[in-house]
Design a binder for this molecule. Structure first.
Ligand code: ADE
Ligand code: ZN
Length: 339
C-alpha cells in the first residue's frame, strides 16, 4: 500500500498552494505576538474554516465558507509587517515543502491578503525572493512565485499588477494568477481578459482558479478569455464532456486539491469527488494542498489518502509525481532532472 513515507520519497512538484495558507500555528502565534494582536478565537478552532469569526461579514455579502476562509487569510497575511517576517514566511514555506519531498513549487501569493504592503509590492516580493534564495542555498525546495489577483478586483487594479510584473520583472515571479470566490464575484472572466492577454504577450505564465466556486463556464472562460496554461481546481469541468475533451486535447493540467474541496464543502466525501473521473477522461491531473496549514494537513497525507480512497498503487503515485513536474512552471533543466 502507498503510505506517507513512500510519497515523501518521490521527487515531485506542487503547483497549487497558497503562501497565505501555509502559516503553522506556531508561526501565527509568533507573528500575532509581534504585531500585538490577539488570536481571533481559541487556538484549537483557529483553523476551523466553518467556525472562525474574523473579520465581520460585510452586510449583504453572499455567505460562503470560501469567502469566510478568504477573510481568515486576510487576517493571517495582515500579521506580516516587516521584510524579515515576509522572508521568513517564504523560507518556512520552502522548508515545509521539502519536508513533504517536494523539490519544486509554484506558490501563489495574493497581495490583497497582505494588508500591510499595499503600494509596496516590490518590497514584499523582494523579501519573499530573499527568503526563497536562502532556502535554495540551504538545499531546500526551489520555489517560484505566482502573483495573484482576487476575483473581486477591478480591471484597473489588475492592470496595475500586470504593469508592475511587465515593467519590474520581479525575481522569482513566473506567473500571473487569479483566485478568490467566483460565486461571490459573479462571472469575471471578461473583466480580467485584458490583464491576462498582456501578461501572455509579455511571456508571463498564467494559472487560473476556476471550476471550484464556478461551474464549467468558469473553466471555459479561463481558457478562452484568460489564456490559462493551468487551471487551479477545475474539478467542475467533470460536468461538461466537451470541456473535458478540450482540456485533454490542449493538455491543460489541473491543480486539483481534493482535501480543500472537502473542507470547503464542495463535495461531501472522497467517493463523490470527481478526481477519478478526471483521470479516467485523460486529463493531466495533479494533487495539491491549496492551504494545507490553515486546513491542517500535509501533501504526503493527501496523496496517501487519495491512494487509499481510489485504490492507487506505486505505479499510480509515481505517475502522479511525474504529472506534477510536467504541470509545473519549473525551469526545464530542473524539471528534466525530476522526471
Ligand atoms: N485562495 C486560497 N484558497 C483558495 C481557494 N480554495 N479558492 C479560491 N481562492 C483561494
Ligand atoms: Zn487555491
Amino acid at each position: 500500500p502507498v503510505d506517507e513515507t513512500l510519497v515523501r520519497l518521490l521527487p515531485k512538484a506542487e503547483v497549487h498552494v497558497h503562501l497565505e495558507g501555509c502559516f503553522d500555528l506556531a508561526d501565527l502565534l509568533e507573528l500575532a505576538k509581534a504585531a500585538g494582536v490577539g488570536l481571533p478565537g481559541p487556538a484549537a478552532t483557529l483553523f476551523d474554516v466553518d467556525t472562525h469569526d474574523v473579520p465581520a461579514e460585510a452586510p449583504g455579502a453572499p455567505k460562503s465558507t470560501l469567502s469566510a476562509f478568504l477573510r481568515f487569510l486576510d487576517w493571517e497575511g495582515g500579521l506580516v509587517r516587516t521584510p524579515e517576517q515576509a522572508a521568513r514566511a517564504a523560507y518556512r514555506f520552502a522548508a515545509r515543502e521539502s519536508a513533504s519531498g517536494v523539490r519544486y513549487a509554484d506558490v501563489i501569493v495574493n497581495p490583497t491578503h497582505w494588508g500591510a504592503w499595499h503600494g509596496r509590492l516590490g518590497e514584499l516580493f523582494a523579501a519573499f525572493a530573499a527568503g526563497l534564495d536562502e532556502a535554495e542555498q540551504d538545499g531546500l525546495a526551489v520555489v517560484n512565485l505566482c502573483a495573484s489577483l482576487l476575483r473581486q478586483q477591478t480591471p484597473a487594479a489588475a492592470a496595475e499588477l500586470v504593469d508592475w510584473l511587465v515593467e519590474a520583472r520581479p525575481v522569482r515571479v513566473v506567473a500571473l494568477s487569479i483566485d478568490g470566490d467566483e460565486r461571490a464575484a459573479g462571472r469575471t472572466g471578461p473583466r480580467f481578459a485584458d490583464a491576462f492577454r498582456r501578461a501572455a504577450d509579455a511571456g508571463i505564465r498564467r494559472t487560473v482558479h476556476a471550476g471550484e466556486s464556478s461551474g464549467p463556464q468558469g473553466v471555459w472562460d479561463a481558457l478562452d478569455l484568460l489564456r490559462a496554461e493551468r487551471i487551479d481546481h477545475g474539478v467542475r469541468a467533470a460536468e461538461d464532456p466537451a470541456l473535458l475533451r478540450r482540456l485533454v486535447d490542449e493538455r491543460v493540467p489541473l491543480g486539483v486539491c481534493p482535501r480543500s474541496n472537502l473542507a470547503l464543502g464542495l463535495y461531501p466525501d472522497r467517493a463523490s469527488h470527481p478526481l477519478p473521473a478526471l483521470l479516467a477522461a485523460g486529463v493531466a491531473v495533479t494533487v495539491n494542498t491549496d492551504d494545507p496549514a490553515a486546513m491542517g494537513y500535509r501533501l504526503e497525507a493527501e496523496w496517501a489518502a487519495c491512494a487509499d480512497a481510489y485504490g492507487w498503487g506505486l505505479a499510480e503515485v509515481a505517475e502522479l509525481a511525474r504529472a506534477s513536474v510536467r504541470a509545473s512552471f519549473a525551469p526545464p533543466e530542473l524539471a528534466a532532472s525530476l522526471l
